[in-house]
Design a protein around this ligand. Structure first.
Ligand code: RTP
Length: 128
């Protein structure tokens, strides 16, 4: 079953500060290191605790991103998480992996010891 990495960003949590995650943030957003907003993005991501999750389900990378909504809250539809809760592109509340391969990398980065190998008894009622 497909998995995706989901993280509620600091403005979605609003508590304390965790300096050690700077290294994670730099790795997590390594592909954006040449962008002008990179340093601001790192400052933001390490400004407080985050809630990191792995979601599992059919096409969950795509459906997760649809639930999250467009990167810029100006473009994210009402009913999506960013559409309902975010105001600024640099404070867009939540992250979701953009592809199965990036989900695999991000889950490995954030959960180096792995995630529980569970299988839901509900699957037969949810999926044909
Ligand atoms: P994410 O990785 O956080 O889920 O966001 P995304 O795929 O929708 O967007 P991406 O292009 O990967 O950008 C990563 C995060 O960088 C911040 N950003 N700021 N100030 C700006 O112009 C700007 N552009 C992007 C956003 O927090 C975005 O989620």
């Amino acid at each position: 079953m497909e998995q995706t990495f989901i993280m509620i960003k600091p403005d979605g949590v609003q508590r304390g500060h965790v300096g050690e995650i700077i290294a994670f943030a730099e790795k997590h957003y390594a592909d954006l290191s040449s962008k002008p907003f990179f340093n601001g993005l790192l400052d933001y991501i390490v400004s407080g605790p985050v809630v990191a999750m792995v979601w599992e389900g059919k096409n969950v990378v795509t459906t997760g991103r649809k639930s999250i909504g467009a990167t810029n809250p100006t473009d994210s539809a009402p009913g999506t998480i960013r559409g309902d809760f975010a105001i600024d592109i640099g404070r867009n509340v939540i992250h979701g992996s953009d592809a199965v391969e990036s989900a695999r990398k991000e889950i490995g980065l954030w959960f180096p010891e792995g995630v529980a190998n569970w299988s839901s008894i509900l699957h037969p009622w949810i999926y044909e």
